[in-house]
Design a protein around this ligand. Sequence first.
Ligand code: HEC
Ligand code: HEC
Length: 173
Amino acid sequence: MGKHSGVFILFPVLALVIFSGCARSQASTTSLGVAEPPRGAAILQRACTVCHNLDGLNAYADSWGQTEWRSMIGTMISYGAVVTPAEVDVLSEYLAVNYGTGVLGATDNADMAALIDSACTTCHGLDLLTTNTAGFTGANFRETVVRMIQYGAPVPEDQVEPMVEYLVETYGG
Ligand code: HEC
Ligand code: HEC
């Protein structure tokens, strides 16, 4: 009789432990979902830890601003990283602030050449810029760049006009 009641007591205790365990893990999932991390950090974790860890990012803390990071993201996209053009904006800013000089925006000609080199060479060579742009004005280059973005070229929105200017200067006339 004593043995039997011991078994009966054990069941409710186990049930209580299992049940409260479930309740606890459910609660922590919910609170994680509410406390959303910064978007840049989320994109970095999702898109940039597929092939390597993030240790290599620290090497550029003293030298890279948003433009350099943007160009590096372009290189990684050509390797297969999955980042949308809108996410490139967010992520490059996040990297400039957290793994770089904090310098945002500002694009000079060398940076634009690097962006074109990374964003425009995955489908065809840059020779098209000389062979297929006879008589191109700014409007023609803008139409081309917008079409290339629709095809998948990772050009951030705020770089379209600087790129058009650069293309007119370099390949126009
Ligand atoms: C499809 C695989 C792949 C993905 C995804 C990827 N990378 Fe890379 N990454 C590489 C390879 C391969 C190298 C080494 C070759 C090189 O440096 O060009 C590299 C090198 C780097 C380096 C240079 C490290 C060093 O030690 O100098 C940085 C910085 C970097 N990646 C950042 C990123 C960022 C930021 C992302 C997310 C946007 C990303 N990577 C996503 C493949 C990838
Ligand atoms: C996802 C593939 C892809 C990427 C990335 C890409 N292009 Fe293109 N590009 C094409 C295709 C395909 C054509 C052929 C014309 C067409 O089908 O519209 C083309 C044609 C061109 C031409 C010929 C003139 C014209 O208007 O058709 C130029 C110049 C050009 N691309 C420039 C660029 C630039 C600049 C970039 C980077 C911003 C770029 N491309 C990135 C696919 C791409």
